[in-house]
Every structure is written in structure tokens, then in C-alpha cells.
Design a protein around this ligand. Structure first.
Ligand code: 5GP
Length: 189
């Protein structure tokens, strides 16, 4: 699982870690938020209605779910089970609330990494590049501070000052875990 405040580079990292990899797959979450420009349904997220999401909660279909920035996000159990049965590892790009739920359910089968921005100033700069609205940036910065407070719940914290360095460090972490007998879940990374 990887988490970070929005704008710390987590989505790019998640995609780079799983691109063309046979043994580690990126989980596609369900969300009730509207697609952003360029996002594809079924690839970036499965974009669903609030009614549909709530129905899935009632059916206990989620491994974890949470409300983030007023929208629902969740990981379906069936997506995970299906990949585990095929011997794959799964990368979850989820927030701290979701990571906490997954850890509770399958502690020994998880590895969690928190990606930290080099500074709050740098995070704000990155967000400004991506999103225009001042109000939106203010909201995300306040949420970022809350999210960062949970970094110590993770197995590892990696600073993303430079994307390639950060990726290298994460790959090293994954490789190290292949040598721990009980935690070889990231097979042949
Ligand atoms: P965004 O809307 O910017 O893509 O994502 C907002 C936040 O929701 C990010 O922190 C992202 O990691 C988190 N998120 C995305 N999918 C899930 C999910 O399935 N479960 C949880 N708990 N958080 C998610």
C-alpha cells in the first residue's frame, strides 16, 4: 500500500511501479468523485454513483473504503481475491484510513509505504501546477497536514524530492521484502 498527501507524486509512482509488471498489479478503486480530464473509467478508477457505492457497502463488498475530500473511495474484495489467487501482488494507492483497515484485516500480508513531500512549500507548489483554484489548494493543503500526521503508522516513509531516487528506494524496499520468509508477497519484483 502506498499513501501520501495529494500532490506528493504517489499516482505517478504507483503507475511506474506496476507498468508492464507481471507479478504486481495496480488495484483500480471505486470512487464517487467525477472523472478529471484524461481519466479513463476502468483504468484510473471505476467511477460510480453514490447509490451504487452505498449498495456495495451494504453487501460488505469492500476490503476497505473511506470518504476523502467529500467523495467515497474503496477497494473491492473481489478484485484483490482474484489477483491473489493468481499469485500476484497488488499495489493499493489509498489514503491512511483505508491503509489502516487493510492492515487490521491482513497485517502479515501487507507492506505499507508513506510517500512524504520534501516540504509543505514544495507540495503547495506542485499542487498549484496541477490545480487552478485557490480554494481547492487550500483544502488539499489542510488535508495534507492531516494525512502526514499518520506517516508513523506505515512500515516505511520515503521522501519524494526526486522521482527517480524515490522510485529506486521503493524498489529496494520491495526487493528486501522478498528475502523475508513470511513476507515474500511481492514475488519476483
Ligand atoms: P484522487 O481523487 O486525488 O485521485 O485521490 C484522493 C485520495 O483518495 C488519495 O489520497 C488516494 O490515495 C485516495 N484513494 C484512492 N483510491 C482509494 C481507495 O480505494 N480507498 C481509499 N481509502 N483511498 C483511496
Amino acid at each position: 500500500m502506498i499513501s501520501s498527501p495529494s500532490g506528493a507524486g504517489k499516482t505517478t509512482i504507483a503507475k511506474k511501479l506496476t507498468y508492464n509488471k507481471k507479478n504486481i498489479k495496480l488495484s483500480v478503486s471505486l470512487t464517487t468523485r467525477k472523472p478529471r480530464k484524461g481519466e479513463i473509467d476502468g483504468v484510473d478508477y471505476r467511477f460510480v454513483s453514490i447509490e451504487f457505492f452505498k449498495k456495495k457497502i451494504k453487501q460488505k463488498a469492500f476490503l476497505e473504503h473511506a470518504k476523502v475530500f467529500g467523495n467515497f473511495y474503496g477497494t473491492l474484495k473481489e478484485n484483490i481475491d482474484e489477483k491473489i489467487k493468481k499469485g500476484k501482488s497488488i499495489l493499493l494507492d489509498i489514503d491512511w484510513q483505508g491503509a489502516r483497515q487493510v492492515r487490521k484485516k491482513m497485517a502479515n500480508d501487507t507492506l505499507s509505504i508513506f510517500i512524504v513531500p520534501p516540504s509543505l512549500k514544495e507540495l503547495e507548489k506542485r499542487l498549484k501546477k496541477r490545480e487552478g483554484s485557490v480554494d481547492f489548494i487550500k483544502k488539499r493543503m489542510s488535508k495534507a497536514k492531516q494525512e502526514i500526521m499518520h506517516w508513523h503508522e506505515y512500515d516505511y516513509a520515503v521522501v519524494n524530492a526526486n522521482l527517480n531516487d524515490c522510485l529506486k528506494k521503493i524498489k529496494n524496499i520491495l526487493q528486501i521484502h522478498n528475502h523475508i520468509p513470511q513476507r515474500q508477497f511481492i514475488s519476483k519484483y
